[in-house]
Design a protein around this ligand. Structure first.
Ligand SMILES: Cc1ncc(C[n+]2csc(CCOP(=O)(O)OP(=O)(O)O)c2C)c(N)n1
Ligand SMILES: [Mg+2]
Length: 599
């Protein structure tokens, strides 16, 4: 892929190439971060890491890693999250002591639940109380800062010397990258950062840390899985948290075709299988669609590849009237991360074969092991009344008709505006119908935020756009107005660094997901459903999203309220983003057709 990165450059070109010698503790740390190959540090500055900040700029020359200024620590983490969704690689994030990490914490939880790597660098006022400045160093020091995020962080450390900090950062980098990935946090005492060094310390040899990030299944597991697949008449693959590599994608398709398996995917995760493939008959959903429940009930073998909440999904299928009777193979390494604090490891699902390995390496091993080849007219044993492909594309809106805009209309208009332009749907709002998603490549759609922590969308959009910059793929995030307004100032970072990005806000002037919940509560209790908007409306005043976006450096025309005006507004926006601009389109959407949340 040709990369023409258009990022602004004066904060690197204006800086000399860096200091010649390691003179301070933080110089050594900056040297290590450079050698680790980190390209960016997303940050909100703070005096607790002023030593490291100085070294990143004046020792490293603000290059690899380069500072990315953010307006909120939650955005800094969300940017690293979005970046990791595209690249699979960790970005560094720097957050101020105590308060910065507190701001970051929800986004860390999202990243943890989404199993993405990132290296979070924090700081603390001097642990040695005798060295604390009055007031500020005391309120920004805590006995155990890592405790703030330890339950949803893969590893954390607070080293007490420069040598230990070097070791700790190298270790954190290695740990966050190993599957299952999740953020790692290192808290650097200001004293060690600002310590003068008589001689440079030994920097860990980063070239030696090349171990594989995940491991394949053992031969016995492959044999057992192959036998179960060979015996199955109606195999069903549940494809969950899988990677962005196109070769892995092709192998999944090849395995499903060889086994005659049907496939279900999930809107919470990035695209993992062609949604319009004949073997993917049911649209992906955030909650299990009834068409997928039918497949689960009819299958005689389920192969779950790191599917999010297998037990809950099977319970949902049973709730729809389709209890699973299939034998089950579950391949995931996720149990390595579970600590019981958060219940993101979900319920226990008894399975017939558990394969604690990288699921895509199981797919590869099964293909190489000569898994049975089924005839092309397979599946012969499934009931015959399945739809043949994952739903019909949304119809393009008829021109010239003035009417309000449903989410389905927005999907159709966006797909028309993007026709012929390779794009990446970074995020879709909760009310998006999975049948409207047409994915034919792992970068066509990146999924949700893992922890369902609202406000993540804008930051993740910026991080993903940064990772996609120069790839030829147009970054597009469709966000709810609630999600957008909670995290909207994240957009400034994209505008500041000239990272092209299209943000479309599906604006229903409401936290509408919760209106649906209140409707359900009221109906169940025989109370007035008409009150369900109360406590949810984002109106009077209606936030002026285009004006807000313009104030952050985005281009934005007035709100689109009429379906007839939508195609031109989106076409114009797509053209501007292709030309390198950041654009927001505010679309007034009708809240009907919202899929029912579970429970
Ligand atoms: C931090 C946080 N607060 C509250 C919620 C509960 N919540 C889930 S969806 C939602 C509404 C989302 O509103 P919007 O983004 O506008 O999407 P809409 O439902 O209107 O389509 C809320 C408040 C949450 N998930 N995260
Ligand atoms: Mg809304």
């Amino acid at each position: 892929m040709k990369r023409e990165v258009r990022m602004r450059a004066e904060d690197t070109e204006g800086v000399e190439s860096g200091a010649a010698a390691i003179e301070w503790g933080s110089d050594a740390l900056a040297e290590l971060l450079r050698r680790l190959g980190l390209r960016f540090v997303a940050l909100v500055p703070g005096s607790s890491y002023r030593g490291l900040h100085d070294s990143l700029v004046n020792y490293n020359g603000n290059r690899d890693p380069r500072l990315l200024v953010c307006l909120h620590e939650e955005h800094a983490v969300a940017i690293a999250h979005g970046y990791a969704k595209v690249t699979g690689d960790p970005m560094a994030v720097a957050v101020h002591s105590n308060v910065g990490l507190m701001h970051a914490s929800m986004a860390v939880y999202n990243a943890y639940c989404d199993r993405v790597p990132m290296l979070i660098i924090g700081a603390t006022g001097p642990v040695d109380a005798a060295r604390r400045r009055p007031w500020i160093d005391w309120i920004h020091t805590s006995a155990d800062q890592g405790a703030l995020i330890r339950p949803y962080c893969k590893w954390d450390d607070q080293p007490a010397s420069v040598e230990a900090a070097l070791d700790s950062l190298a270790q954190a980098y290695s740990i966050t990258r190993a599957a299952p990935s999740a953020p790692a946090y290192v808290c650097l005492d200001v004293s060690l950062q600002e310590q003068p060094l008589a001689a440079p310390p030994a920097i860990p040899d980063t070239r030696r840390d090349r171990s594989p990030r995940s491991h394949g299944p053992d031969a016995a597991a492959v044999k057992a899985a192959r036998e179960l697949l060979g015996e199955a008449r109606r195999p069903l693959f549940l494809l969950g948290r899988l990677g962005r590599d196109k070769r892995d994608w092709d192998r999944r398709v090849a395995l499903a075709e060889r086994c005659g398996a049907l496939v279900i995917s999930d809107l919470k995760n990035g695209a993992v299988f062609p949604t319009r493939h004949r073997l993917h008959p049911s649209p992906p959903g955030i909650f299990l669609p009834v068409t997928s429940a039918r497949l689960i009930g009819a299958a005689d073998l389920i192969l779950s590849l790191d599917w999010v909440d297998l037990a809950g999904t099977l319970a949902a299928a049973a709730g729809h009237g389709y209890p699973a009777v299939a034998r089950i193979i579950s391949c995931t390494t996720d149990s390595a991360l579970r600590n019981g604090w958060s219940k993101d490891s979900f319920g226990h699902q008894p399975v017939d074969l558990s394969v604690p390995a990288d699921p895509d390496l199981l797919v590869r091993a099964l293909l190489e092991s000569g898994v049975p080849v089924r005839p092309a007219d397979w599946p012969t044993d499934w009931p015959t009344d399945w739809p043949t492909a994952g739903g019909a594309p949304a119809p393009a809106p008829a021109e010239g008709i003035g009417r309000d805009i449903s989410m389905h209309d927005l999907a159709g208009a966006l797909s028309t505006a993007l026709a012929g332009t390779p794009a990446c749907l970074i995020r879709l709002p909760l009310g998006w119908d999975g049948g409207d998603l047409e994915a034919g490549h792992p970068l066509d759609y990146l999924g949700q935020d893992g922890g369902a922590g609202l406000g993540s969308g804008p930051g993740m959009a910026v991080g993903a756009a940064l990772a996609l910059d120069g790839s030829g793929r147009l970054p597009v995030a469709v966000l709810g107005d609630g999600d957008f307004l909670m995290g909207g100032t994240a957009l400034w970072t994209a505008a500041h660094y000239r990272v092209p990005l299209l943000v479309v806000v599906a604006n229903n002037s409401s936290f509408h997901n919760d209106v649906v919940h209140q409707e359900r509560m009221a109906a169940k209790r025989g109370r007035p459903v008409r009150n369900s908007w109360i406590g949810q409306a984002i109106a009077d005043p209606d936030p002026d999203l285009p004006a807000f976006a313009r104030s952050l450096g985005f281009r934005a025309a007035g709100q689109v309220t009429d379906l007839a005006a939508l195609p031109a507004a989106l076409a114009e926006a797509v053209a501007a983003v292709r030309a390198g601009h950041c654009v927001l389109v505010d679309v007034r959407t009708r809240p009907d057709g919202y899929p029912a949340p579970g429970g």
